[in-house]
Unconditional design. Structure first.
Length: 377
């Protein structure tokens, strides 16, 4: 039997909804409240399975109250009740599981409850974690993996997903609500923008419900903050290694190789968010610095094949990195592959001119001209 609490500022609406729910059966009505704050306190201190909540209630927006409840009880099921279909669907981007219309019909309630029961069973399956820690990648593709199996996250809208990733980028730090609105809904009036914000956070909480212990979103006076618990993030792993400034040697080269392998692509590569660009460039620079350092070590230790492979990877990812072309030129020169030296210099010259209308670094050109003089054919 599901334990339910009903919140609506209209006493008649509460009584009618209670009547319909009891006719369906399998419900225990723990409480009915016209004051949303009293209802909120009762929900927080009791074991409640489902809340029926009027969207338009005084004192507090229904969606805002819902996301506050999910902060405390992520597995809580919430059904919004509205007298306005267009208002419910359009203003709040709710789906069929989220709302019923007044007057609440028995058949509609039964259909909603069947879908919610199915969703709860699905969430229970996802909640059976196979490992102590989750793994999350932000390089190239955004994925969340548990015990080698990817956890699919079905985002309600693209903006909901963007807000989640924005909070993850600022993990551990409160992000001001006004700043979020200016980023995602700058064209809306303040009241509508806040409605969209509360709805987006609500959908994030719902999406993350099966793994909520790993992604904790708190609503602070400053704004929203996401905290990652028992979650191994590829970006954090790479940054910790980079900041360690580990001495490069035959004993540590393996650790270097593991570190750069974490960066399978650029940060949030599949998403063209303007706000992610500075972080993307910062991580690119760290990867290139690490990779070039490794190439230098490979070259000095005559591991030319590995040096060539890594240089080609650098050139493919970041075609304007002159140092990688220069290493290739020097390696091919030592190997006696003269045509390859010319090819690398020509490629460097071409890409710099096409992209920046610039010539290669004078030191590279000077080396190349001296090499040509020594190797006249």
């Amino acid at each position: 039997m599901m334990k339910a609490i009903l919140i609506d500022d209209e006493e008649l609406a509460l009584n009618y909804l209670e009547h319909q729910l009891l006719n369906i059966g399998d419900f225990e009505i723990v409480g009915k409240f016209t004051d949303p704050m009293i209802g909120k306190r009762e929900i927080e201190k009791n074991e409640i399975d489902i809340v029926f909540l009027d969207i338009q209630i005084p004192k507090l927006n229904g969606i805002e109250l819902a996301e506050q409840l999910l902060e405390v009880k992520p597995q809580l099921q919430i059904v919004f009740v509205s007298a306005y279909e267009r208002y419910a669907i359009k203003a709040f981007e709710l789906n069929a599981l989220d709302y019923v219309l007044k007057p609440v019909g028995k058949q509609r309630l039964q259909n909603t409850m069947k879908r919610i029961q199915s969703m709860m069973e699905e969430q229970a399956t996802f909640s059976l974690q196979k490992s102590e820690n989750l793994q999350m990648t932000l390089f190239q593709q955004v994925t969340i993996v548990d015990g080698g199996q990817e956890i699919p996250l079905r985002w309600r809208t693209a903006k909901v997903q963007q807000l989640f990733l924005y909070l993850v980028q600022h993990r551990g730090t409160a992000v001001n609500k006004t700043a979020i609105i200016e980023l995602l809904w700058p064209e809306l009036e303040p009241e509508k923008a806040y409605h969209q914000l509360y709805t987006a956070i609500y959908h994030i909480r719902k999406t993350l419900a099966p793994i909520s212990k790993y992604f904790q979103i708190s609503n602070t006076s400053e704004g929203y903050k996401v905290r990652l618990e028992q979650t191994i993030l590829d970006v954090d792993q790479f940054e910790r290694f980079f900041r360690s400034d580990l001495s490069l040697s035959a004993e540590t080269i393996g650790e270097y190789e593991q570190a750069i392998a974490l960066c399978k692509g650029d940060y949030l590569q599949e998403h063209h968010y303007i706000w992610a660009e500075s972080e993307r460039q910062r991580l690119q620079l760290q990867w290139v610095q690490t990779a070039v350092k490794m190439v230098d070590w490979y070259y000095a230790n005559d591991e030319w094949d590995k040096a060539i492979t890594l240089c080609l990877d650098i050139c493919q990812r970041y075609p304007l990195e002159e140092e990688a072309y220069f290493f290739l030129m020097k390696i091919f020169a030592d190997m006696g592959r003269h045509s390859s030296v010319h090819k690398q210099y020509d490629q460097l010259t071409s890409v710099l001119w096409n992209e920046l209308q610039e010539q290669p670094n004078p030191a590279i050109t000077e080396w190349y001209e001296l090499w040509k003089q020594k190797n006249k054919e």
